[in-house]
Structure formats: C-alpha cells, structure tokens
Design a protein around this ligand. Structure first.
Ligand SMILES: [Zn+2]
Length: 363
C-alpha cells in the first residue's frame, strides 16, 4: 500500500501576522468572504480592512451563525454566489473554521484558515465536522484537500484564556502515542493510506516539544505574554499535531475521548482535556513502562490536564457508567481498532479504572 503525508499548502505563524493578511492572500482571489463570530468581527474587522486598504480586492464580511450545519453552509454559499466571492477567509475557532472549509469545498475555491485559539489540531486538516442546527453531531465531511493556508497570529492567540492552549496540548499529547500504535499495527491514516515516515517524525517532535515547552508556555500565557515557548507550543498544537494525527493515524486515545462524550459529567471539558486522559488509558492498555506512564502523568499534572476520573468531573465512579464509556469507545468503525492488539470493551474498562488508580497516586 502507498504512503502519504498531507498538509496545508502554507503554514504561517508570527506575532501580528493578521496585519499582513493582504500580502499573504492576494494571489488567492479577488473577492473574499470573511467569516467571523460577532465578537470576533469587532476585534478583527478593522485589522483586515486596514490590511486590504487601497487594494483592488473586495471584502464581504459575514457573521457566523454559531453552528457548522448544512443550513449555515448553504446560507454562506448563497452569499458567496450573490457577491461573486472566489475565496473564503475564516477567522475564529473550530466550528467556524470547519464551516469555512466546507463552503470552500462546495464552491471550489481556496480557503484561508486563521485560528484565534490553539485548542485543537483541526485547523490544518482536510476534515469538517457537521452538526445539526441544534448542535447534535451530524456527519464527518472528508474533504479532497487541505486548506491553501493556515495563518496563526500568535498575538491574537495569546489573548485567549490559557486553559484553551492547555487543552490544545492535551489534544497534541495523544498524537505521538496514536501514531506509534498505528506504526506498529500498520494501520491506515485519515486518507486511508499508510503513514509516511515523515509524519511519524513530526508526531515525535510534537511530543518532545510539549515536554520541553509546555509548562513554560502555560506560565507565560497566564501572564498574557508571548515567549518563544508559547510560539513553539502553538506550532506543536496546530501544525505538528495536525499533520501528526491526520497523516500518522488515530488510535485508542481519541476513541476513548469519544467514549467519554456519553457521560454528562464530562460535558464541561474541552476536547483536548478528555483526549489527555484517553492517552493515559491508551498507555495502560499498551502496558507501557511505568517510566513512560509517569512522564505523561507528570506532564499533565504540571499543566493541569486531568489524570483521574475525579478531575474529569466524575464525582462517583459507577462501574455501569464506565462500562458505557468503554462500549462507546469500541463502537463500530472506531479508531481504537488501529491498536496493534485485540481490544474489547472489557479491556478498555479495565484500563480506564487502572489509569484512574495510577493517576490518584500522583495527586
Ligand atoms: Zn483531537
């Protein structure tokens, strides 16, 4: 089987880079749909306008309707058609960026992704998650290509709450371990092909960067400043983890995250916070050395990612509920079957309780 690595055509990251939006995107279109949330529009519209000042390009600003649904995508497509848009710029968080990607796919035009947070590794990927207008999961929209550009303005990202960057580190923490499991089992990645060696190398660099820079970055952000560590973590969360997961492959950690979405008590958690605990569970399933498990636990503890069920919001551990989580983790088609050994709901259940018990020893 063939190998693959996929990525956005350009990944640009720097302090104040949004001010150079025109210079970065001028060759991509003549009439741009610029999508932002209501609050986001207040913060970024003048920066975007200033960047395009005295240029012949046209900007069509539109406020995002909060949900990445087919209805919202169709509404934006109509706006693109009536204004003659030939490129789309999405400035904001996960659902908004997914919507921008979907609009660009249906309208066959370039998309520029400008994340204002670094809380997941989704921006670089060729994937949109669609929801119903009520916010219930609808379907995955697998796109034929990655975005033309991902532009990270670290000054803007640093203004978001530190917890979001920490959640992004939780999402990025799983990348190396899931890619490693896929490498052993020769599992296919999100493109249905084998991961290229280079994707695995990026996943390794992702984990090394987290261990080296994670705590320093969190402390800097809590003081609302950008340091080299913050820059490195933004790149690890967004690019290294983005390429690492999409081309390196997913395994148990993300499936266990999906399992935890059945627990109401965990609904307040960010994606990456659940993925971090899912990573710990995966390590227990793999019977990794205590040394490796401890390294991951100490990292999570240092930046305040959950290492126990209690920290995940589970006040009382009920065996029946944990079994429901384990069963949901093992749903048909889940990436947990990329693990290099047989997985059952019983083995996941055992690993969740053991991970919790190990985590408690480090509290
Ligand atoms: Zn993730």
């Amino acid at each position: 089987m063939a190998k693959i690595i996929m990525s956005p055509s350009k990944y640009i990251q720097g302090n104040g880079e949004l001010k150079k939006l025109y210079a970065h995107t001028a060759n991509l279109g003549t009439t741009f749909l610029v999508l932002a949330t209501e609050g986001g529009m207040k913060r970024i519209k003048h920066i975007v306008e200033e960047s395009f000042k005295d240029q012949s390009k046209k900007l069509v600003f539109e406020i995002f309707n909060k949900e990445c649904s087919k209805e919202e995508i169709n509404r934006l497509i109509e706006i693109c058609k009536s204004n003659g848009c030939d490129a789309v710029i999405g400035i904001g968080g996960g659902k908004l960026l997914d919507t921008a990607k979907a609009v660009s796919y249906y309208e066959k035009m370039p998309v520029v992704i400008v994340p204002t947070i670094a809380s997941t590794d989704a921006p670089c990927s060729a994937l949109s998650v669609l929801y119903t207008p009520e916010g219930v999961f609808d379907q995955y929209l697998v796109l034929p290509k990655n975005p033309e550009m991902v532009l990270m303005d670290t000054d803007i990202i640093a203004k978001a709450p530190a917890r979001l960057l920490v959640a992004g580190m939780g999402d990025a923490l799983a990348t190396y371990f899931e890619a490693r499991a896929c490498d052993i089992s020769k599992a296919t990645n999100m493109a249905g092909l084998l991961p290229a060696k280079s994707a695995y190398a990026l996943a390794q660099l992702c984990y090394e960067t987290l261990l080296e820079e994670g705590l320093k970055a969190k402390l800097a952000l809590e003081n609302k400043v950008v340091t080299p560590a913050v820059e490195n973590i933004i790149e690890a969360n967004t690019y290294l983890s983005g390429i690492g997961f999409e081309s390196g492959g997913l395994a148990a950690a993300h499936a266990i995250h999906n399992g935890f979405t059945v627990l109401k008590e965990c609904h307040h958690l960010y994606h990456g916070e659940k993925v971090a605990f899912g990573t710990l569970v995966q390590l227990v399933m793999e019977n990794c050395s205590m040394e490796e498990i401890e390294e991951v636990i100490q990292f999570c503890k240092s930046i305040e990612l959950p290492i126990t069920l209690g920290q995940m919001g589970v006040k009382e551990v009920k065996p029946k509920e944990i079994m429901e989580v384990a069963k949901a983790s093992c749903a048909e088609g889940e990436t947990i079957y990329n693990m290099p050994f047989e997985v059952t709901a019983e083995s996941v259940y055992a690993a969740i309780l053991t991970a919790d018990a190990i985590g408690k020893r480090y509290l």
